[in-house]
Design a protein around this ligand. Structure first.
Ligand SMILES: [Zn+2]
Length: 233
């Protein structure tokens, strides 16, 4: 191999390496699911929270209503029992029972409203859960494929890295520097093939006098138009 051919080979490795790096990043980004799936999970969780809140409201109303029922019963047996004889006390007791009954009525209404609401939210939650589950199952299958490809790409990445390290050892330091410099500024193409007497990167005709040097491949010949290193296969 001549030095320019080595540089060209290095560029092939680097191009592939970049491509694999981008693909790995892309694959890693999809881990966790699509934006739609993430949105779906959030929405379903919000519905569940809403459902729990309404059910708690119903339990609270039922609990309060239950303890009021006990207190109403106690007051009623006091009224019926005849132990309270003072008319003012009787009147007060009667008023308290009526107030408790009104309060209990309101609590029972609230309980029924919460129940109806919980029913509606429960149905919505069931629908969301079922479509989320099927989306999750679909995603699991896709994720498996993503994981498999990711493993494969990571191996390729390491393979290319080792290959590059090995190849770089045989490349002259100055040439390597020039290559890196051009690759950073020339859209990733530092070495351009010479074909039919033209630079394949910019299509400029190369002077005949230079073609011989390019063919020999032992020194660095730059395209006068684009500045890339010319390589003849
Ligand atoms: Zn050129």
């Amino acid at each position: 191999m001549n030095p320019i051919a080595d540089l060209y080979r290095l560029q092939e490795i680097d191009t592939m390496w970049d491509k694999i790096r981008r693909r790995i990043l892309q694959l890693q980004k999809t881990t966790g699911g699509s934006p739609e799936l993430v949105e779906m999970r959030t929405r379903t969780r919000a519905t569940e929270t809403e459902l729990q809140k309404v059910r708690q409201e119903q339990r609270d109303a039922d609990g309060e209503s239950g303890s009021l029922a006990v207190r109403i019963k106690e007051s009623e047996s006091l009224l019926m029992g005849g132990q309270v004889r003072n008319p003012k006390e009787l009147e007060a007791l009667q008023a308290s029972v009526e107030s408790m009954r009104r309060h209990k009525g309101a609590l029972d209404d609230r309980s029924v409203e919460a129940m109806v609401k919980a029913d509606e939210i429960g149905q919505r939650f069931a629908k969301q859960t079922s479509s989320l589950n099927s989306q999750e199952a679909e995603w699991q299958i896709k994720q498996q494929a993503v994981d498999e490809e990711l493993q494969k790409r990571k191996k390729e990445y390491v393979y290319l890295k080792n290959m590059r390290e090995e190849l770089v050892k045989s490349i002259d330091g100055k040439m390597l520097e020039q290559y890196e410099y051009l690759r950073g500024r020339k859209n990733g193409i530092a070495v351009a093939k010479l074909e039919d007497g033209s630079c394949t990167a910019c299509h400029m005709q190369i002077p005949v006098g230079l073609i011989g040097s390019v063919r020999r491949g032992d020194e660095l010949v730059a395209c006068a138009a684009c500045g890339r290193i010319l390589f003849a296969a």
